[in-house]
Design a protein around this ligand. Structure first.
Ligand code: FES
Length: 123
């Protein structure tokens, strides 16, 4: 039925896979918040299109089936680090049944610099 949960995998900044279930109509930001996924710095503006910390990288086949991108999302996405051809903002993408089994990659950019600094400190 339409209430069936949709399984979504997030590959976190450190490469760890977080598997969760989502409801149709939820945004990917809402999934992260509602399921308490520990993704560092994700969704800083709470979905108001004022940051780009909810940047996610999609698999090509799913990316092509997503709803069209708005000008506002495009403008904010342009500011994201590590932009790819299959990047979208997670707060603007809503869960659909066709996404069942979806894997999205969280870009490494935010914690990348810090982990490099930490690695430098330790050596
Ligand atoms: Fe800030 Fe998506 S949470 S733009």
């Amino acid at each position: 039925s339409s209430a069936d949960p949709v399984t979504v995998h997030f590959i976190n900044r450190d490469g760890e896979r977080l598997t969760t279930t989502a409801k149709e109509g939820e945004s990917l930001l809402e999934v992260v918040v509602n399921q308490n996924l520990a993704i560092d710095g994700f969704g800083a503006c709470e979905g108001t299109l004022a940051c780009s910390t909810c940047h996610l990288i999609f698999e090509k086949d799913v990316f092509q089936k997503l709803d069209a991108i708005s000008d506002e999302e495009m403008d904010m996405l342009d500011l994201a680090y590590g932009l790819t051809e299959t990047s979208r903002l997670g707060c603007q993408v809503r869960i659909k049944k066709l996404m069942d089994g979806l894997t999205v990659q969280v870009p490494v950019e935010v914690s990348d610099i810090r982990s490099q600094l930490e690695a430098g400190k330790q050596s």
